[in-house]
Structure formats: structure tokens, C-alpha cells
Design a binder for this molecule. Structure first.
Ligand SMILES: Cc1cc2nc3c(=O)[nH]c(=O)nc-3n(C[C@H](O)[C@H](O)[C@H](O)COP(=O)(O)OP(=O)(O)OC[C@H]3O[C@@H](n4cnc5c(N)ncnc54)[C@H](O)[C@@H]3O)c2cc1C
Length: 327
């Protein structure tokens, strides 16, 4: 592991200045992803700026009736917050479906959004990976890719996004707030992760050196009966093979659906949402919604099973949400 300096920031401006000073400086949240990658040589920052002592912790009410989750709030605290559980149950379920209790106690919501892919070729510096070394190629496409993307990937990269939490945030139209030395900014989650295209190394639309300060959940969530469901290769402590966050208003057919494990970013299922709005919400309509979304899928030779899995998961979760709705 390359030697690095450690600095603890207690003011946002100090953190920004320390990272802007260069030397490949990086923010450190819980370190549960970044430090792992430093140990294997995938990441090699010269300086870590610890953000956990900044005043960015906690969940508060927003003026629009939504919630604002501070960037250094731990995953455990965000998932356990009574208002997160009451108003955005899929978000709480998504966070609790990730990692382990110990990891969630360390990990921050800001760090969770920026965790890197779990593609084995990305994690191995001896392999070709355009995300790690632009222009080096993508070993996954002709290699082991059973857990890679089926939607929105490019010939430059077929890695999936790893975060469960971000899938629920995408369904709820969350907005990421950040600070830079030039002032604050915000990015809707739909714009936060750009399409992979020919720049898989560009994973977010954040300006260089930006510090995530909070994530806002709009007050307009469709209903308090949202659901996150995750299919994985083990019952716990495993990343998503395919996952879904869904919120359905059975009176109007209005839905918000996002998929995980299928693309380089949380995949907002807008085609499925459009079919549901045409109503009525029958079993056939749920199947038509799933088919519409998956019609865009382009599986690799070894991961076509994910298309079937995603289709079944969409139908199962919509059926469950419809069944649970009050008569
Ligand atoms: C064994 C294991 C199993 C896991 N299983 C799952 C799983 O099933 N599902 C899942 O979703 N996740 C899983 N994870 C990943 C885990 O959720 C992430 O490691 C964690 O959320 C990252 O948060 P952190 O605060 O530790 O980030 P860090 O590791 O500290 O940082 C991650 C990145 O975010 C940047 N960063 C941190 N905070 C900020 C900020 N405020 N502003 C700007 N940049 C920032 C860092 O510079 C770094 O680039 C697993 C991890 C492990 C080790």
C-alpha cells in the first residue's frame, strides 16, 4: 500500500481546500470501500481528508415535506431513522439489504453513493479495465461477466453499479447536494451518474473536488408502501444480482421504479412506469410494464438470465404492492 497523509477536517471549507490542494487527495467517509481499494492498489491517493467530523450528520425535515440526510450520516442511522422508515420504507430496506451491520455502522451515505463497482476486472490491477485505466480495454465483455450489465452498457465497460441505497434514491428522485470552493450545487440522482458511454472512468457528474453534503428526498413520494427487493447469490452479505425499488399508487397507476444490478448506474424504469400509467393495474399490465422495460436489454452471452430475473422481479414486486394497498 502506498504511503498517504491523513487529515481530519472539522469545517467544510477546510475539507474543500485540503482536497483542492491536489496530491491526489480524496475524501474519506467510513473508508469501507476506499481503504479496501487502496490495499489492492486500485486507488492510491496521497492524502485522505476525513469528513466524518464535519457537521453533516443526521436526518432533518425539508421545507417541501421531504427529508434531508446529511452526507456523513452512517448507513445504519439512515436506515433506522423513524421518518425514513415511515415515509421511504424502500430506502430503509435497501440500505439494510447491503453489506453487514458492522459495515453499515462505519459507512456514510455520501461514501455509499460513490462506492466503486464490484467488477472483478476493475478490482484486479493486472487486468484490462477502462474504468481503472482509460483506454486499456474491458476484459469483462469477453471474459467472466455473469454478474454484469444487461441495460445501458457500452463496449467500453459492462460493469454494474454496486449500491443498493442508490437504487432506492433513484426511485425516490433524490437530489444530491454538494459544496465546492466556488459555491454549492445540486444534482438530481437521474443526472448524478452519467451514462457509461466511452468514458466509464467518469462515474459521476460532480465537479472536481466536490464534497457531497446531503441527499434530499422530495416530499412527493407516491405512497408510504414502497418496497425494495434484492436477489443475490447468498441470502446475506452479497451484492445484488438484480434488485428493485418500487413505489406504486394503485389509485392513479403512478409508479416510481428503479432497478439495481443491471446497469452501470441505478436504472430508472421509465418505460415500465409509462405502461402502468395507462392502467388498469392488472397482472397483464404488470407483465407488459416489465416487458417494455426489458425490451431495451442487451445481455452478454453469459448473463441473459438477468433479463428473466428482472422481468419476474418487477412483476412480483408490483403485484405485492398492489395486494398490500388498502381496498
Ligand atoms: C464486504 C462488503 C460487502 C458489501 N456489501 C454491500 C452490498 O451488499 N450493497 C451495497 O450497496 N454496498 C455494499 N458494500 C459497500 C458499502 O456499502 C460501501 O463500502 C460503503 O457504503 C461506502 O461508504 P464509506 O463511507 O465507507 O465510503 P468510503 O470508502 O469512505 O468512500 C467511498 C468513496 O466516496 C468518496 N467520499 C466519501 N464521502 C464523500 C463525500 N461526503 N463527498 C464526496 N466524496 C466522498 C471517497 O473519496 C471514496 O471515493 C459492501 C462493502 C464491503 C466491504
Amino acid at each position: 500500500m502506498k504511503e498517504f497523509a491523513y487529515r481530519r477536517a472539522t469545517e467544510v471549507r477546510d475539507a474543500l481546500t485540503l482536497v483542492a490542494a491536489g496530491d491526489g487527495a480524496r475524501y474519506l467517509g467510513g473508508g469501507t470501500n476506499l481503504v479496501d481499494l487502496m490495499k489492492t492498489g486500485v486507488e492510491a491517493p496521497a492524502r485522505l481528508v476525513d469528513v466524518r467530523f464535519l457537521p453533516l450528520d443526521g436526518v432533518r425535515e425539508a421545507a417541501d415535506g421531504g427529508l434531508v440526510i446529511g452526507a456523513t450520516t452512517t448507513n445504519s442511522d439512515a436506515a433506522a431513522h423513524p421518518e425514513v422508515r415511515r415515509r421511504y420504507p424502500a430506502l430503509s430496506e435497501a440500505i439494510l439489504a447491503g453489506a453487514s451491520g458492522q459495515l453499515r455502522n462505519m459507512a456514510t451515505v455520501g461514501g455509499n453513493l460513490l462506492q466503486r463497482t464490484r467488477c472483478g476486472y476493475f478490482a484486479d490491477p493486472s487486468q484490462a479495465c477502462n474504468k481503472r485505466v482509460p483506454g486499456s480495454g474491458c476484459a469483462a465483455i469477453a471474459g467472466e461477466h455473469h454478474n454484469h450489465a444487461v441495460l445501458g452498457w457500452s463496449r467500453h465497460c459492462a460493469a454494474t453499479h454496486a449500491s443498493d441505497m442508490a437504487v432506492a434514491m433513484a426511485a425516490f428522485d433524490a437530489v444530491v447536494h454538494y459544496e465546492t470552493l466556488d459555491g454549492p450545487g445540486e444534482l438530481p440522482l437521474a443526472e448524478f451518474y452519467p451514462p457509461v458511454g466511452d468514458t466509464p472512468d467518469r462515474e459521476t457528474a460532480l465537479p472536481p473536488g466536490a464534497l457531497i453534503t446531503a441527499i434530499a428526498l422530495p416530499g412527493s413520494a407516491v405512497s408510504p408502501r414502497s418496497r425494495y427487493r434484492k436477489v443475490r447469490e447468498r441470502a446475506s452479505y452479497a451484492f445484488a444480482t438484480v434488485s428493485i425499488a418500487a413505489d406504486l399508487d394503485v389509485r392513479t397507476g403512478s409508479a416510481r421504479i428503479a432497478l439495481g444490478g443491471v446497469a452501470s448506474r441505478p436504472w430508472r424504469a421509465r418505460r415500465a412506469e409509462a405502461v402502468l400509467r395507462e392502467g388498469p393495474l392488472t397482472a397483464d399490465r404488470f407483465r407488459a410494464a416489465a416487458d417494455a422495460e426489458l425490451s431495451a436489454a442487451e445481455p452478454l452471452p453469459g448473463n441473459g438470465y438477468k433479463v428473466t430475473l428482472a422481468r419476474n422481479l418487477i412483476v412480483a414486486v408490483l403485484t405485492e404492492l398492489a395486494d398490500r394497498a388498502p381496498a
